[in-house]
Design a binder for this molecule. Sequence first.
Ligand code: LLP
Length: 416
Amino acid sequence: MQAFTRQGNVLHAEGVALTAIAAQFGTPTYVYSRAHIEASFRAYTQALEGCEHLVCFAVKANSNLAVLNVLAQLGAGFDIVSRGELERVLAAGGQASKIVFSGVGKSRDDMRRALEVGVHCFNVESDVELERLQEVAAELGVKAPVSLRVNPDVNPKTHPYISTGLKENKFGIDIEQAPAVYLRAASLPNIDVQGVDCHIGSQLTEIEPFLDALDRLLALIDTLAAQGVTIHHLDLGGGLGVQYRDEQPPLAGDYVQAVRERIAGRNLKLVFEPGRSIVANAGVLLTQVEFLKHTAHKDFAIIDAAMNDLIRPALYQAWMDVQPVTPRDGELRNYDLVGPICETGDFLAKNRDLCLAEGDLLAVCSAGAYGFVMSSNYNTRGRAAEVMVDGSNAHLVRERETLQSLFAGERLLPAE
Ligand code: LLP
């Protein structure tokens, strides 16, 4: 669905004009569409009807409690990578029994808490993690449900910083080593082998790398079966791409359908961990032009959002669309959209033909995933507000950070 559309000349989120949101909540502000989040999630679950499944939203993509709550109400599971994300999911009304716990560096405390609340599964990323989990589960006198994250050595053909399924990446267990680690897991008294998982990368725009990884996992499942280890669920991770510019990623329904065809006849529960494909296009970052600085070499629009609010352009050279909220007629100029931070890398977009005036509102599109969650307080800038639109209502779902709160935890040295 299209959550952000023009009504008259003005860009709206569902039924609410972004001009009204800026007037009420200020800028910079992240604006999310509830309907878009719901529709994107349902694209997975509808395609999975008739097949045992669990769709676990990857909390790292957007961990706002209201976002998690909207998904929890649809019966979503959650993919977490930290104790903090675990507590967020529980605070948002998510069920522990639908949580998969990923991540290469789980601490003993992380494991203990996850065992206490009863997560669905630990996605174990190494042999040493498996041994630690056995110890912690034994201390608590419980059995830890486990899936091994295998690294299938598949090239996802995406940006190197967000590809994770190659041999040189830190993630997962080499698929060649996996059978030995599974046999060890099956022999441990406090480990309950449940599944197999992988996650090969993010922003994939083709189905083939997923299916290559799937084939390798299925071959592993057969090898394990021959050795007496039964796998009950198969988790393909997240990674489905979205359209930022002119990419044509597969639809979630088509992707799921292709996976279902490949596993037909097998008794496997399917798990997915989508993040970006649920929330990226459900959000924009609303910002205002502070100054137009026209120089002999370059025209800059200095906006009130910066790399601390949205780091994807600086970190991954990500191209994100920028739309004037209320376009004006006039001569276009070629602008770099830059923030107030003292870094040359502080830009949200480069070389955009726009007709702008001071005070204009802009929407940085597709910012619902890996936007707010990656923001920081660099340059002692408070983080943006977050607003969720539901039909014709806009709700503040995170207050703008106050400046006082930014240094509230800091202390001076004692006086001499
Ligand atoms: N599962 C695991 C184990 C993951 O590591 C990730 C993302 C996901 C699921 C969700 O993947 P998605 O469906 O969102 O592609 N900050 C980067 C993206 C990093 C992705 C890390 N892992 C960006 O802004 O592009």
